[in-house]
Design a protein around this ligand. Sequence first.
Ligand code: AMP
Length: 283
Amino acid sequence: MSRPLVVDSVAALRAQIRDWRRDGLSIAMVPTMGALHDGHISLVEIALEKADRCVVSIFVNPTQFAPSEDLDKYPRQLARDLKRLRQAGAQLALTPDVKQMYPAGFATKISVGGPAAGLESDFRPTFFDGVATVVAKLFLQVSPDFAVFGEKDYQQLCVVRQLCRDLDLPVEIIGAPTVRDAHGLAMSSRNAYLGDAELEVARQLNAILRRTAVALAAGTNEDSATAEASHALVKAGFDKVDYVAARESLTLAPWRRNRDGRLLAAAWLGKTRLIDNVEVLSV
Ligand code: AMP
């Protein structure tokens, strides 16, 4: 278990990547915003199964936060993150600062259509531009063979696949299952914001989605099933539901019964916004 090399400049990163390539090694990357938990570590494990070397980026990307969002209070704990990465066996941690990623005069934005439309974009209209731009930059810096993204952020996974397809980025995107606590709550760095009572409520989200997915698969009308799920979330103690929606798994177009689907939701608990999603099996 050796320490991951910690690199904060593109030049140093590229020198290391060049050495690995010269030795014929394959590279997988895991982009993160840090505050690493078991969900992130599962992506590192998948990356190391796929490739000889794993690069984990830790960068709280300001361009994917709206001015009203939690950029300043987003948890940052680099020393602890590096320890977890060492235990997981990642070889390199890329920890650029904001000036390195967005130097003065930076003026480019990548805007993905298709799966980026709707859902999160209805509530966070600049979010996926920020994600697509930073992911494209990271891919061009690291030039990985593979990149692992969590299904926890299901729409983001679809957007990244679209980005790679449209821009011919030669990176194979691997989707990884959501890691949950013993009560079904998807692990998230933002769960750290939740108090004990809120945690109890948060744990209802996945159960309600799973129940709704079963109802949809059994033939319940989509509008009534999703309305019932929103109602159940509020009854469980959520303060506001942004959306509960069924979509086609690959394109995120409206779901049709004979297609594999995904039921996605976002809801607020106090000042914390939680998202989750589950599979809807075709009938
Ligand atoms: P973040 O640090 O929140 O930007 O997440 C970095 C990566 O970890 C993204 O690909 C997320 O989808 C993934 N991720 C976050 N939470 C989980 C989880 N509970 N299970 C699996 N992957 C996750």
